[in-house]
Design a protein around this ligand. Structure first.
Ligand code: BT5
Length: 250
């Protein structure tokens, strides 16, 4: 399968023309103890977003789920999600798409009409003990060679922005960047610098829906392992998880 996909990357490739969800398959492989593998599909029939949301994954996208086994505590997993968003953004910029990151991990593109649309998302899943991750799956979904009509409102694609890309090269760029950022020799804190460089959230007014309520204010920074620091009327708050909305000045 790796040969069929022709990808020269720091992972073995298991390629599917069509699959339910690459994350489900990657989790299966992870449970079986398979290492250094990335599950890739042309099309997903049951793509998943966060919090049981649906992810549209028509043929022509880059739907990929690498399995990682970082020797790190589960508490640091958010930094891997940020790294995946950085890797996608870097690959997008290499093909001329000025993508930015909305905290924590939405990759957005300003389509030229002032609207920020979603180009890619990351779904991170893991299993681990208190002090050590046993496996980590970084589900990466990029709307690559896909018509915008095949996507939900608010989404865009590389095709819409710059035309079709070589998906193998694009995915290879993502995987290499991911490996640079998170491989055994990497300094995970450096991910934050790269993330800050690409972020569109910092300096903006945001509303973050967290499991413990809404936090509104100005996003001032991102902090290891991935929390967003928001300046609110009651002082700075570090938000660990949630859905972030960029609020337009009124
Ligand atoms: C995400 O969720 O952004 C994570 C998406 C991860 C997809 C990859 S593809 C490979 C791997 N296998 C999987 O099954 N999943 C991963 P979230 O932040 O919850 O955003 C989901 C929301 O984005 C949906 O509720 C829609 O509003 C919107 N959406 C759905 N499909 C989209 C698409 N293709 N492009 C942009 N937005 C989309």
């Amino acid at each position: 399968a790796a040969l069929a996909f022709g990808l020269d990357a720091p992972y073995d490739v298991e390629y599917h023309d069509r699959i339910g969800s690459t994350n489900d398959r990657a989790r299966e492989l992870a449970e079986e103890g398979v290492d250094d593998v990335v599950v890739v599909a042309d099309e997903q029939t049951g793509g998943r977003g966060r919090l049981d949301r649906e992810w549209a994954a028509p043929a022509g996208g880059v739907w990929a789920s690498p399995v990682l086994r970082p020797e790190r505590p589960p508490a640091e997993v958010p930094i891997y999600t940020l790294a995946a968003a950085v890797a996608v953004t870097r690959a997008a910029r290499e093909v001329g798409v000025e993508a930015t990151i909305k905290w924590p991990n939405d990759v957005l593109v300003n389509d030229g009409d002032g609207e920020e649309r979603k180009l890619a998302g990351i779904l991170t899943e893991m299993e681990g003990e208190a002090d050590r991750v046993s496996w980590l799956v970084l589900g990466i979904g990029v709307n690559a060679n896909v018509d915008r009509d095949a996507l939900p409102p608010g989404a865009t694609s590389l095709r819409a922005a710059v035309g079709d890309v070589d998906r193998r090269r694009f995915l290879q760029g993502i995987l290499e960047a991911l490996y640079d950022l998170t491989g055994a020799d990497a300094d995970l804190r450096a991910v934050l610098d790269a993330w800050r460089e690409y972020a569109s959230t910092l300096g903006r007014q945001v509303r973050v829906e967290t499991p413990r309520g809404t936090v509104a204010g100005r996003a001032v920074d991102v902090r290891f392992p991935g929390s967003l620091v928001v300046g609110t009327d009651d002082g700075e708050r570090a938000v660990h998880a949630g859905d972030c909305e960029h609020v337009r000045p009124t």
